[in-house]
Ligand binder design. Sequence first.
Ligand SMILES: NC(=O)c1ccc[n+]([C@@H]2O[C@H](COP(=O)([O-])OP(=O)(O)OC[C@H]3O[C@@H](n4cnc5c(N)ncnc54)[C@H](OP(=O)(O)O)[C@@H]3O)[C@@H](O)[C@H]2O)c1
Length: 229
Amino acid sequence: MGARDQEQQMTTVSILGGTGGLGKGLGARWAQAGIDVIVGSRSPERAAAAAEDLAGMVGEAAPHVRGAGNLEAAQAGDVTVVSVPFEGLDEALAPLGDALDGRIVVSVVNPLGFDGAGPYSLPVAEGSAAEAVARRLPGARVVAAFHSVSSVELQRLEGPMDDDVPVVGDDEEAVAVAVELAERIEGIRSFPAGPLRLAAPLEDLTAVLISINKRHRSHVGLRFSRLSR
Ligand SMILES: NC(=O)c1ccc[n+]([C@@H]2O[C@H](COP(=O)([O-])OP(=O)(O)OC[C@H]3O[C@@H](n4cnc5c(N)ncnc54)[C@H](OP(=O)(O)O)[C@@H]3O)[C@@H](O)[C@H]2O)c1
């Protein structure tokens, strides 16, 4: 199946941990773009409440949003976004069993710690959070994206985003689907950036962006100059 066919079929995006800031922001933007969104949570009650909040944010697009436990969300999504803290990967992914086998999974996870000097990269045995996701979901088609997109800016629905979203992954079709998904958000330019093993520098770079934000009271994003495609 080509990427274009997958685009036509890409009707439902599930967001594990969709109750958090990033999940809500992505969910709101996708719902606005006419994509069906399932807000996933460890608790179906929290999922329902977050879906209701999100529906309120998006107004006319509200019918595109619903909540579900993470397992039900994973089973129902054409694409599943893993949007939980790095420390929560085991708890979030272990109960899913083989529900995501053969499915496209997008890791947005940044393995970061914070101390008095600000954000810093946590060591990850697998190399990166995305590879840790892939290790825990061996049958899934894991890609990584959205690391440096601000949840605050995503939730500011009145204006377009102003970000580049490089997507890394070893499955070209899965990467193409994630690129398409990113570009459904107004103001985002997205493109394939290489294999999954390059997830670590993208994840780590977010520590620099957060440090910039703290110093300059901003929500900076990434833009790559002179990209031809
Ligand atoms: N915030 C940003 O601007 C931003 C930008 C780019 C990437 N990211 C990455 O995106 C991910 C989500 O960010 P966020 O700010 O939305 O995070 P968050 O609010 O801290 O967490 C998101 C959701 O994850 C679930 N969760 C929390 N702890 C968990 C655990 N131990 N096990 C399983 N699930 C757990 C919670 O949902 P339930 O309790 O409902 O299950 C929570 O609402 C992170 O990995 C972050 O590095 C964030």
